[in-house]
Design a protein around this ligand. Structure first.
Ligand SMILES: [Zn+2]
Length: 153
């Protein structure tokens, strides 16, 4: 097991997230690694998000990927399988049961492979952009609406 030098973890924690290139964050996300340091894992097991990076301690508890990874997985796996669906479905030499079995196996393998990687990607992109969706009430437009509603009430 590789030992991470303490130097890189300390320097990683000092780097502002906006200064880390988006492509680096995307690469770290797809490999299910911490978007800040690239060393620690962001997922425990198959899909459970860790509350913080186990290498640099970056707080990830406020980040929720929600349905994003499932959406991205469907987009990719669905489009990759679409031609096979047409080919296997139109070829009369291939029994229907075999076409269904082959397509189901390809779909399951694609989903199994894509889902955790897209979850890492969404966590990394949300971390990089700060788009956690947790602070809608601090938006100036929403504050105006709130004060307007209070004045009416
Ligand atoms: Zn980290």
């Amino acid at each position: 097991m590789p030992v991470t030098p303490a130097r890189s973890v300390e320097s990683a924690a000092a780097v502002p997230q906006a200064s880390i290139p988006v492509m680096t964050v995307i690469r770290r996300g797809l490999s299910r690694r911490c978007p800040r340091c690239g060393d620690g894992a962001v997922l425990k097991g198959y899909l459970t998000r860790l509350p913080s990076c186990d290498a640099c301690g970056e707080d990830l508890s406020h980040i929720s990927a929600d349905d994003g990874p499932a959406w991205a997985t469907l987009m990719v796996v669905g489009h990759v399988l679409a031609p096979f669906l047409i080919i296997l479905g139109r070829d009369e030499r291939i029994p229907v049961w075999m076409a269904i079995a082959v397509l189901a196996a390809m779909m399951l393998a694609g989903v199994w492979w894509c889902l955790p990687r897209f979850k890492g990607l969404f966590i990394a992109l949300i971390w990089r952009t700060g788009a956690t969706g947790k602070d809608p009430f601090t938006h100036p437009a929403h504050q105006d609406a709130e004060s307007h509603n209070r004045g009416d009430g």
